[in-house]
Design a protein. Structure first.
Length: 171
């Protein structure tokens, strides 16, 4: 299995500085997101369970409230095959939520959730919809996606979104 790390353009580092009570500087470095490819990165006809892109992004969590201005319409999702196989990992969560987290969550105004049933059999692919909630509906608009059960994790074939301030959430 080949693992290819993406460039720093897809990795966000935050460095914070603060003054402690004794007036000494305190620094901390936290990684907000990490993205890397396994196999061919989910953009080929390879089996999805062995060729996908890993997204470790704590800010995608349904517990993250507020508008972050994040958009899932950039190079991560724009491929010649109309999307990419994605595996979510880390403290932000490993699956797309099955109920709406509400608006202004997951670092975006429009939060994406999976309206379907996850496959229970290993290496089974199913189709469902990712819905995005707005003020007038819990499924204001939706996109068709595929999900594969890879035994201990799921991968999702996710298309790029056609608008900004919308993103796929995790739990």
């Amino acid at each position: 299995m080949m693992i290819v790390l993406r460039n720093s353009q897809n990795t966000t580092n935050k460095i914070t500085s603060s003054i402690t009570p004794d007036n000494a500087n305190s620094y901390s470095d936290t990684t907000a997101s990490t993205i890397y490819d396994v196999g061919n990165g989910g953009v080929s006809d390879d089996p999805p369970c062995s060729s996908y892109t890993v997204v470790n992004d704590p800010l995608r969590s349904i517990a993250t409230s507020g508008i972050g201005g994040s958009c899932d319409n950039g190079p991560l999702f724009n491929t010649s095959i109309g999307g990419r196989w994605i595996r979510f990992m880390g403290t932000g969560g490993s699956i797309i939520p099955m109920i709406s987290p509400g608006i202004n969550h997951c670092g975006a105004y429009l939060a994406g959730w999976f309206n379907g049933t996850l496959p229970s059999m290993i290496e089974t692919k199913i189709s469902g919809n990712i819905c995005f909630e707005g003020y007038i509906s819990t499924c204001l608009f939706h996109f068709s996606v595929s999900v594969v059960n890879c035994n201990s994790f799921y991968v999702y074939f996710l298309p790029p979104l056609s608008m900004c301030n919308a993103r796929y959430c995790t739990t």
